[in-house]
Design a protein around this ligand. Structure first.
Ligand code: COA
Length: 182
């Protein structure tokens, strides 16, 4: 099932998306503020996409496609959801850099959170973002996330240590153009 935002469509990912995912994961600009782990060859990325368990409550992964061009530009994931707590963690990145700053990231965040609240009956979506990631902070804040705390000096990049900001969004707090969605 596809999920539609204003400018993006969220859809399931499969082995055919491996090349894009591999390319994004090897782009230092895209990965600047994200945990980059250990480099993996394209074949391993393809295997991961082929063999990962199907989307389910505890881990739901979507490719982000532009509605206008139907072009895959990134991914968004709700993970570690638990029915007992109603909480999940959000990860997102837009890997196609020419698509940054055009509103796609914010729309994807809103769309997946709406899905989490409406379909998965979540109570809260949480995330952490490196304090220097201005675009990420701005996109999350526009969607309604609020800062809940600061993890000091937990992310190492470019020879220095950076803080991470913990952010959260409760059901009923989702925002569209500055207004609560409902
Ligand atoms: C962070 C990210 C998801 C934001 O998506 P996006 O599509 O670029 O963001 P949007 O276009 O929706 O922009 C949201 C706001 O942030 C601003 N913004 C985006 N990138 C910015 C940057 N690098 N510096 C300053 N502002 C920025 C936009 O101008 C917009 O603000 P406005 O509406 O007031 O003009 C995307 O840039 C990305 O994936 N970056 C690399 C990976 C990453 O950092 N992921 C998040 C890890 S927590």
């Amino acid at each position: 099932m596809n999920i539609f935002g204003e400018t993006v469509k969220l859809r399931a990912m499969g082995p055919d998306d491996a090349e894009s995912l591999w390319r994004w994961n090897h782009d230092p600009e895209v990965m600047r503020w994200m945990d980059d782990g250990y480099a993996q060859p394209l074949e391993r990325v393809r295997t991961w996409l082929t063999e990962r368990p199907r989307n389910g409550y505890g881990d739901v992964l979507f490719g982000i496609e532009t509605l206008a061009e139907q072009r895959l530009i990134g991914l968004v994931r709700l993970r570690d959801a638990e029915p007992e707590t109603g909480c999940a963690e959000l990860d997102i990145y837009v890997g196609e850099k020419d698509c940054w700053g055009k509103g796609f990231g914010t729309d994807a965040v809103r769309t997946v959170c709406r899905y989490g609240f409406d379909k998965m009956r979540l109570h809260k979506v949480s995330l952490t973002v490196v304090a220097g990631n201005v675009g990420g902070l701005r996109a999350y804040t526009k969607a309604g996330f609020v800062e809940e705390g600061r993890l000091r000096s937990v992310f190492r990049r470019d020879g220095g240590w950076h803080d991470k900001i913990a952010m959260g969004l409760l059901e009923g707090e989702l925002r569209q153009r500055g207004k609560l969605v409902r």
